[in-house]
Design a protein around this ligand. Structure first.
Ligand SMILES: *Cc1c(COP(=O)(O)O)cnc(C)c1O
Length: 454
């Protein structure tokens, strides 16, 4: 007898126990305190898991067992409350559960024709973000995989617009500060354009004042876009968005605001004023998978004038004519992609479930913990802040420690499952960094970590 048909919705009765096991696994995972877990070497995993892709198949229960017992423990949980490295992730239970629904529903999230209902819901969530920014009624966009994909898509649209009815300059350029995210330089490399580095002020911010002479000197108008950062990833610094936008527009440049991490603080009652002037932007990105409590991978990309993005990104192919020739909202046409998961839906479902006030409150809680952490660090004798808390990023030093001390401590804390906090660099000095995006991180957690630094 040959192999049986893959279970593509016959409903294979043998799937029932697997379904029960998977639902039980998921409920257990979101009901209990997230485990931190850790990492493993290739040889350890080779020894513990062995070959999983076989001609006959392991069977779902056995594959799940290997995942649960070996692979998952070798994978750090981003929602562990004392995971404060990089930018962690703290999805709501509603969003995680709905992610399963998105998978089960087999949706092609690229076109209105094929997914009107899903796209309608995603667009409602995008509208909430657009309102936080202050973008006008006609604004719109799409959920893409991350800030990197969003930055690339926005700048491709910007250049497409700039290239209309003019001769191509020797080199296209964009202006940004050195503190702009690494994905901006990566985008420039993919697009084969140059980045003009604009100096920051004494608070680390890009300002219109510094930008103005750079744009004035650009006689062939090769600088087609200015990128401001609304919350640098390393320090949480928000550029002077009003003056940067004014300078960009005075010179006819596109104004892109990268809020992949920090944009969520637009919802914070305490921090909103830092974003003054953001409403001038031509495009904007925020990652709900960073600080808006959605599962990976989810970035909200918005354009003031989506028609420009549509002109830049619509793919032309005979087999797509039935989609693209209709005057409807096709998410595929607003970024560099075609097929897409309706990845905004878990975020939409959670927003719809909890309401936007709960989102504001959750962001405020994390901000309070970050500022509270700053106070604890200042009060203790063995720690001091390196700079003021920026959004929810805390940079601080353990007095007297070297790079090796930080690394040894960080490795030991992960090993002992106490916390996941890795060192970073600030003005050439190795320091520690907390990035608080999880409303379940408490000041007690912070105090516990600071104690281990004594
Ligand atoms: C994280 C981040 C990015 C990249 O986003 P991904 O989702 O990781 O691709 C870009 N810009 C800023 C400011 C970020 O913090």
């Amino acid at each position: 007898m040959g192999p049986t048909l893959l279970g593509v919705h016959g409903f294979d009765p043998e799937v029932a126990p697997l379904a029960d096991a998977i639902v039980a696994y998921v409920l257990e995972r979101i009901r209990s305190e997230a485990p931190l877990d850790g990492t493993a070497s290739l040889s350890q995993l080779d020894a513990l898991v062995g070959p999983t892709i076989t001609a006959e198949g392991l069977g779902g229960l056995e594959a799940l067992r290997r995942f649960a017992e070996v692979l998952a423990p070798a994978t750090i949980s981003q929602d562990f409350p004392r995971h404060l490295s990089f930018v962690p992730n703290a999805p709501t239970e509603a969003s995680v559960l709905f992610d399963l629904v998105v998978s089960a529903s087999s949706m092609f999230g690229g076109s209105w024709l094929e997914a009107a209902g899903a796209v309608y819901a995603e667009n409602a969530a995008l509208r909430w973000v657009a309102d936080l920014v202050g973008l006008p009624e006609g604004a719109g966009g799409v959920f893409v995989s991350g800030g990197s994909a969003a930055n690339l898509s926005a700048l491709v649209a910007a250049r497409h617009q700039a290239a209309q009815g003019r001769e191509r300059p020797t080199r296209w350029r964009i202006a940004a500060s050195d503190a702009a995210h690494s994905s901006i330089r990566m985008t420039a490399s993919v697009m084969d354009i140059d980045v003009v580095s604009v100096p920051v002020d004494d608070r680390g911010r890009l300002t219109g004042e510094a930008l103005e002479p750079v744009l004035s000197a650009d006689t062939d108008k090769s600088i087609f876009a200015v990128v401001a950062t609304a919350g640098t990833t390393n320090a949480g610094i928000v550029d002077n968005l009003r003056s940067v936008g004014q300078a960009a527009h005075a010179h006819g440049a596109w104004y892109h605001v990268d809020g992949a991490y920090g944009g969520a603080a637009l919802a914070s009652t305490r921090l909103r004023s830092l974003f003054d002037g953001i409403e001038q932007c031509d495009s904007f990105v925020v990652d709900p998978h960073k600080w808006f409590f959605a599962p990976f991978d989810c970035a909200a990309l918005l354009y003031r004038d989506p028609a420009i993005a549509r002109a830049a990104h619509t793919q032309k192919a005979e087999y797509l004519d039935a989609q693209t020739q209709r005057d409807e909202w096709n998410p595929s046409e607003y970024a560099y992609h075609l097929s897409r998961r309706a990845r905004g839906l878990p975020f939409w479902f959670s927003l719809a479930t909890h309401g936007t006030d709960a989102y504001r409150h959750a962001v405020d809680i994390t901000v309070d913990v970050a500022f509270g952490a700053g106070d604890l660090i200042e009060q203790a004798d063995h720690t001091e802040l390196v700079r003021p808390v920026g959004l929810s990023v805390v940079l601080f030093r353990r007095v007297g420690w070297t790079k090796d001390d930080y690394e040894a401590w960080s490795n030991a804390m992960l090993e002992q499952q106490v916390c996941f906090v890795v060192p970073t660099t600030w003005l050439g000095e190795t320091v520690l960094r907390f990035c608080v995006v999880n409303p379940r991180t408490s000041l007690d957690d912070i105090a516990l970590i600071l104690d281990t630094l004594k």
